[in-house]
Design a protein around this ligand. Structure first.
Ligand code: ADP
Ligand code: ZN
Length: 613
């Protein structure tokens, strides 16, 4: 389906042709951010390098130019699962799309190759190793090609974690087909990677489009760990009843236990980690993607190549590896632009564990130094008394103002003069020999007569019971903040030890302001629900719309979001279209989808209007 068969020469014509395609094929009313400029650049035949965060809308940047230009757009993508989903979604929108990768039968692949030769395809997704075969190169030379899109372009970077050797060879495309425009796309922000992409793909003449890496619809919250599972459950129950989400844990064991426990609490949770059978992993992943409202409890083995737009929350029960990893993991929430949560519970134990892992690893010193710095940046994020988003974006080189959509902005922390309390804690640590962990130190300060205290004679220390007035949670937070600030160190057994920096504090020369923990369980600011129902009738309509979507998805064997995304369903709930024309106005309802699904949803809306009239 090509709305126009040739590129309009005039730039206003090009702009309106692009907009027409956006409306009729994809059902959207306006381009986002740099999309329009990118589409025009590529449609006109120019090269482009696109840096946009996950969920920013990179796909349209090559899909629309491919529809506007003569011939087939070739999309190089390393992620096979993602290819299939994209092609499915495009087909449902009426685009002649296909993919070629190792999962296809020979005969089926031959059919697609013929379609390409005969000009019957608008978009063809290809795995990089396939693209570079002599056979495929020959096919390309004989076909009419609209453009090359190189998705996940950071895979050319040898220093990055997703390096793919086949990507290096993609520069050949430019040598063999110099007149065909190329667009390279990535969500990896840093300057070094960008430079490497330009060099390796010979994109020196490409126009570079850099979008802000902010994800304004994601709300960031970091909460102090006290009973993490219960905190997680409270968070899910209060903010994400029935939503799809990911819960990250560090170890396989914890993944299993947490998933099991959540199921016992009545939630629809599944485990995912590298220790599970490949078939089980695949089955769980597919349930998560296709199903509605499944919680995936996973190690970081899960997530790469997951393109599910309606993941409503990402929760971390353990500290991630670095801020880069954290941003990538939390970035899997809310690709559809609807309000979503990134929630993390963190405590002193996490910090100690990570320190230990670094110190005990066999890595060379310079690697350890880098890892220490990364851990510090992560702690800086967890402990900063300011806007979380500002800390995150600054780490990626972007300045911003307080966001109003993180726990710190919504519920600013109180600070207190902790100088005296810190002195007491340092003294208790020093006098007990700098070898005990936080729990025992807090017992000393709070005057707890535990067996361990009596056995060691610590009830005779001068600091014993001096900190009764301060709660356990407050002490625990205080110790953690001291470690994060470098006043305290941690030995290989988790024992707290004094650092050089604590001298002026001990001498009373340096006042210390610390964040107060939130004693009551306002630990997470009350989170806005994704959808506010005005009454029970609206709630019932929402359920009916989802039910209708689920039925259609099952009938056609596609993920629910491919029928219509949550954003579209939400608009149905709000605007209640009563005719196909009104339905066509909604974002996400293109010509083809209106034809396929319009009547079914209209029936649900009309029935509901009658019932609640
Ligand atoms: P990326 O590849 O950058 O992660 P996608 O291309 O998958 O992002 O787009 C993310 C989501 O945003 C998709 O659900 C897509 O349909 C939606 N989207 C993209 N562009 C627009 C637009 N102009 N208007 C409305 N929704 C859009
Ligand atoms: Zn903020």
């Amino acid at each position: 389906m090509k709305p126009t068969q040739s590129i309009p020469s005039d730039s206003t014509d090009l702009a309106s042709a692009a907009l027409r395609t956006l409306r009729h094929v994809f059902g959207y009313t306006a381009f986002r951010g740099a999309q329009q400029a990118i589409v025009e650049q590529v449609a006109r035949g120019g090269d482009a390098l696109v840096l946009m965060p996950t969920g920013g809308g990179k796909s349209l940047c090559y899909q629309i130019p491919a529809l506007l230009r003569h011939g087939c757009g070739i999309v190089v993508s390393p992620l096979i699962a993602l290819m299939q989903d994209q092609v499915q979604a495009l087909k449902l929108a009426g685009v002649r799309a296909a993919y070629l990768n190792s999962t296809l039968e020979l005969e089926h692949a031959a059919v697609i190759e013929r379609e390409l030769l005969e000009g019957e395809l608008d978009l063809l997704y290809v795995a990089p190793e396939r693209l570079m075969t002599p056979r495929f190169q020959q096919l390309l030379a004989q076909s009419d090609i609209a453009l090359f899109a190189i998705d996940e372009a950071h895979c050319v970077s040898q220093w990055g974690h997703d390096f793919r050797p086949e990507y290096i060879q993609l520069s050949v495309l430019h040598e063999r087909f110099p007149q065909i425009p190329r667009v390279a796309l990535t969500a990896t922000a840093d300057g070094a990677t960008r430079q490497e992409i330009v060099e390796r793909l010979a994109l020196h003449a490409a126009e570079v489009f850099v979008s802000s890496f902010d994800r304004p619809n994601i709300r960031y919250t970091v909460t102090e760990k006290d009973n993490p599972r219960r905190q997680l459950l409270r968070f899910i129950r209060s903010s994400h009843d029935g939503d799809a989400g990911i819960v990250y844990c560090l170890s396989r064991k914890k993944v299993e236990e947490t998933a099991k426990w959540l199921r016992e609490q009545g939630l629809n949770a599944l485990p995912y980690h590298a220790g599970l059978d490949a078939s089980v992993r695949e089955q769980h992943q597919s349930k998560f993607i296709r199903g509605d409202g499944i919680i995936m409890v996973a190690t970081v083995a899960f997530g790469m190549g997951i393109d599910k737009p309606d993941v409503r929350f990402v929760a971390h029960l353990d500290l991630p590896k670095s801020l880069e990893a954290y941003y990538q993991e939390t970035g899997r929430a809310g690709r559809d632009g609807l309000p979503s949560n990134a929630w993390m519970a963190y405590g002193l134990r996490d910090l100690i564990l990570h320190r230990e892992m670094i110190e005990q690893s066999q890595a060379p010193d310079e690697i350890k130094r880098v890892e220490r710095r990364k851990l510090e940046a992560l702690l800086g994020y967890c402990e900063a008394p300011t806007c979380r988003r500002q800390v995150l974006l600054r780490y990626f080189g972007e300045e911003s103002t307080p966001c109003g959509n993180c726990d710190m902005c919504l519920n600013p922390p109180q600070t207190w003069d902790a100088s005296e309390a810190v002195q007491k804690a340092l003294s208790a640590i020093y006098r007990s020999g700098q070898r005990y962990g936080a729990g025992h130190i807090i017992d000393i300060l709070r005057g707890a007569e535990t067996a361990k205290i009596i056995e060691r004679g610590h009830q005779h220390l001068s600091t014993f019971g001096l900190g009764k007035a301060i709660s356990e949670a407050q002490w625990s937070s205080l110790l953690r903040q001291c470690v994060a600030a470098g006043l305290l160190g941690v030995n290989e057994h988790g024992g707290l030890i004094l650092q050089e920096d604590c001298r002026p504090v001990l001498r009373g020369e340096q006042p210390i302001q610390l964040r107060r923990v939130r004693e009551t369980q306002a630990a997470a600011p009350s989170l806005r629900r994704e959808i506010e129902f005005e009454d029970d009738a609206a709630r019932a309509l929402w359920a009916a719309l989802r039910q209708c979507r689920r039925r259609l998805a099952e009938e056609q064997n596609v993920p629910a979001y491919i029928v219509f995304g949550d954003a579209t369903l939400k608009q149905m709930l709000e605007r209640r279209p009563m005719s196909l024309e009104a339905m066509h106005e909604l974002p996400g309802v293109g010509d083809r989808k209106l034809e396929l699904y319009g009547a079914d949803f209209l029936e649900v809306l009309q029935r509901h209007a009658r019932e609640y009239a």
